[in-house]
Design a protein around this ligand. Structure first.
Ligand code: URA
Length: 246
């Protein structure tokens, strides 16, 4: 992070508004490396300096990673004029700069990663990285092996868009079918359009994995938790993400 103004850091960390933070500084409630600091514009390095608010040290972590089980009715955005957003569901954090990685439709549920790690967002969304995304879906119609063969060959979903080969597993096959579909792209409404192309509409869609991450089944729709150390390590190991320079 390097050097940053003390008031800006404390605001971005989520201590409070700029006005509140300035007030705390003036009231001598903030110390840096054991010394009270009274200038809001003082420069600090949060990765090196020990900063305390009202005597309590701040544990600064550069990045936050949350796994959310996105419920239906919420949009994949930071803010929205009309709808509640996935970022607004992360109520534990007042950190600025949290973003959802990728998009799920308003009526799609499931695994959503929310972070302030922009480099990771870039890697996970890069078409060149072929990140696997697996969806569970209930389909209106009997999904067949022929559909699976079409999906595996790569198919046209609009007049012009051709999607890459995708792997389809049929779980149940009847008037309504249950499937798992793994795709490596994130084209707009891709899963719905793939099934529309074979005349079988998606009735329910839920993402259950993204790259090396699998949705924690103990999270009900709308619940979230921080990624654990093991999951963060898996993300960094995945396709050498942790070693890539941005
Ligand atoms: N494909 C879709 O059609 N919708 C989603 O939300 C995700 C993938």
């Amino acid at each position: 992070m390097g050097l940053i103004r003390l008031d800006r850091f404390l605001t971005e960390f989520g201590i409070g508004s700029r006005t509140l933070v300035k007030d705390l500084i003036r009231k001598k409630k903030i110390s840096v490396n054991g010394n009270i600091v009274s200038l809001p514009e003082a420069k600090v390095d949060p990765e090196v300096d020990q900063i305390a608010v009202n005597g309590e040290f701040i544990t600064y972590q550069k990045f936050e990673y949350y796994m959310l089980n996105k419920p239906q009715g919420v949009v994949s955005a930071v803010s929205d004029r009309f709808d509640k957003t996935v970022v607004e569901l992360i109520t534990e954090s007042s950190r600025k700069g949290l973003i959802p990685i990728g998009r799920l439709d308003k009526d799609t549920e499931g695994l959503m990663l929310i972070t302030n790690d922009k480099a990771l967002e870039h890697l996970l969304l890069s078409p060149k990285k072929h990140v696997d995304k697996t969806y569970y879906a209930r389909i209106d119609g009997c999904v067949t092996r022929e559909d699976a063969a079409l999906f595996e060959a790569g198919m046209k979903i609009d007049d012009t868009i051709v999607v890459k080969p995708a792997s389809l597993m049929i779980l149940t096959q009847a008037e309504e079918s249950e499937i798992l579909l793994t795709i490596q792209e994130g084209k707009f409404h891709q899963v719905k359009k793939m099934f529309e192309a074979v005349g079988k509409p998606v009735k329910f869609l839920k993402r259950i994995s993204l790259g090396p991450l699998t949705l924690d089944e103990t999270l009900s729709a709308g619940e979230y938790r921080s990624l654990n150390a093991d999951e963060i390590a898996k993300l960094m190991e995945y396709k050498n993400f942790g070693l890539q320079e941005m």
